[in-house]
Design a protein around this ligand. Structure first.
Ligand code: AMP
Length: 184
């Protein structure tokens, strides 16, 4: 059985942590657009140089920088048994692009998993991380961008009947167990 998983949820919901755990468990790649962008920024590549200011402000990086990157990544040979998308799609245009891309490849996501966590928990989790875009102003902006651009993506998958909501406000182990149950 393939495992093509899309992780949705606000910043601080635990998507990256859980994606990493399940990626090892199922031996499928963890595809994080945020990680890819952060490493591009650190290496000062053209992509990183273009993305940096948006990331520092807590804004989304323009779609034209992201869509090509995802398309190339999903064509890599290590994706044949599945993947975990973490941080993509982040808006409706990206979700529609992904739908078209998967259709073209004759594929579909197996599960769309939404990690739900209350706002006050998110803010305290984000403030305890050490990332350069985890200061108070940027966090506020990222949560706004999430509400405005990314929450419609949750509705988009809900309408397609492919969404499973997982309570992300629990211990790491409990969330992992809930995710595994949802996709087994
Ligand atoms: P993340 O690690 O997923 O929280 O992403 C960190 C930052 O990278 C975000 O605040 C955005 O600036 C940028 N980013 C990551 N994924 C995307 C995406 N799919 N579309 C646009 N910007 C993104």
């Amino acid at each position: 059985m393939t495992k093509r998983l899309i992780f949705l949820g606000p910043p601080g919901a635990g998507k990256g942590t859980q994606a990493e755990i399940l990626s090892q468990e199922y031996d499928i790649p963890h595809i994080s657009t945020g990680d890819t962008l952060r490493s591009a920024v650190a290496q000062k590549t053209p992509l990183g140089n273009q993305a940096k200011d948006y990331m520092d402000r807590g804004e989304l990086v323009p779609d034209d920088l992201i869509l090509n990157l995802i398309q190339e990544r999903l064509l890599e040979p290590d994706t044949d048994r599945g993947w975990i998308l973490d941080g993509f799609p982040r808006n409706i245009a990206q979700a529609k692009f992904l739908d078209r891309l998967l259709a073209k490849l004759d594929l579909a996501a197996d599960y769309v998993l939404y990690l739900a966590v209350p706002d006050e928990v998110l803010i305290s989790r984000l403030l305890s991380r050490q990332r350069r875009d985890d200061n108070e102003d940027t966090i506020r902006r990222r949560l706004e961008v999430y509400r405005h651009d990314t929450m419609p993506v949750i509705d988009f998958y809900q309408e397609q009947d492919s969404l499973k909501t997982i309570d992300g406000n629990d211990s790491m182990e409990a969330v992992t167990a809930a995710l595994k149950k949802a996709i087994s």
